[in-house]
Design a binder for this molecule. Structure first.
Ligand SMILES: C[S@@+](CC[C@H](N)C(=O)[O-])C[C@H]1O[C@@H](n2cnc3c(N)ncnc32)[C@H](O)[C@@H]1O
Length: 301
């Protein structure tokens, strides 16, 4: 069972977990449609040459997708995990990367047009500080778009796997805050200084062959401390049961309920015109207040 833990304990768990499995999230979720939902929102909301940051960017998959979709401004990834950031640099996503906590961003005020975040906001402690930082670094009229997860969306392999895994869950702190998971909590977080909050249900489809679904599910935080023997036992039971979750197209059904959240930084009036400031996030990493822990990703801007 998850235990309550301080922000430092939660973050230390995350850093340790991601050091052992960098890229675990993008390997599991690339085929599910949740990154694509953020990319569509970004293309709709971001101006030409928008300055975009990904909060909890992991191995940079989302930034590479944004670049590939035509986002042509400076891109910046921020994460706690040095291992994930090294993987992100190796991906050559056309972005720069910096190790930082979302609660204390090394960026100047009003230096970004859009902040995105995929399955990371729900893991963050001290959300008031995170939202305050978002409000500080976004220009008025700038946007925050995130996919927050999530649990099983039906009685398929996702729920079945979690049931099989439950006896082996230990030493995992409770991560993040419940406010990121409810309409009321999100409305509270994005009340003062924000406008146009929308929350849409988004079912992420991770169905596939039994092996694909196993690979997706075996990377969950819950099994961080399971032994090799326990993992082998869960895998055996999972493969045995996979038939019961089979869909008409032959794949093993595995769906996760997530939500696509969008909020706009208040204070922009169309008569203000262009939103850039003298503290602009210039091409490269000119918006950074300090260059400590900067990873040498390349911009294409
Ligand atoms: C589930 S992974 C998602 C990674 C990436 N967004 C993706 O979807 O591929 C969550 C990431 O958020 C990062 N993270 C969690 N809390 C954070 C915080 N307070 N500040 C910065 N990064 C954080 C973790 O280190 C981890 O890389």
């Amino acid at each position: 069972m998850a235990s309550s833990a301080s922000a430092a304990e939660q973050e230390s768990f995350l850093v340790d977990f991601h050091a052992r499995q960098p890229g675990v999230t993008s390997r599991a979720f690339a085929r599910g449609g949740s990154y694509a939902a953020i990319v569509r929102a970004a293309l709709r909301l971001a101006p030409t040459r928008a300055r975009i940051a990904d909060l909890g960017c992991g191995d940079g998959y989302l930034l590479a997708e944004l670049r590939g979709a035509g986002c042509d401004g400076p891109l910046l990834g921020l994460d706690l995990s040095a291992a994930e950031l090294r993987a992100a640099v190796a991906r050559q996503a056309g972005a720069a990367f910096v190790r930082a906590r979302a609660q204390s961003l090394p960026l100047r005020a009003r230096s970004l047009d859009l902040v995105v975040s995929h399955l990371a906001f729900t893991l963050m402690a001290e959300l008031d500080a995170v939202v305050a930082e978002l409000g500080r670094v976004l220009v008025p009229g700038g946007h925050f778009v995130t996919v927050v997860g999530g649990g099983p969306s039906g009685g398929d392999a996702f729920a079945g796997f979690l049931e099989l895994a439950r006896p082996c869950v230990r030493g995992v702190p409770r991560l993040g805050e419940l406010r990121a998971r409810s309409d009321r909590g999100l409305a509270e977080l994005f009340a003062a200084g924000w406008t146009a909050l929308t929350v849409e249900d988004l079912v992420v489809d991770l169905s596939g062959t039994p092996e694909e679904v196993w690979q997706t599910m075996a990377g969950v935080y819950e099994l961080a401390h399971a032994s090799a023997r326990e993992l082998a036992a869960i895998r055996g039971a999972f493969v045995e049961r996979a038939g019961q979750w089979r869909r008409d197209d032959g794949s093993v059904g595995c769906t996760m309920a997530t939500r696509l959240v969008h909020a706009m930084r208040a204070g922009y009036s169309p008569s203000q015109g262009a939103q850039s400031t003298d503290e602009a996030f210039t091409p490269g990493i000119g918006g950074l207040r300090s260059r400590g822990d900067t990873y040498a990703g390349r911009h294409r801007s």
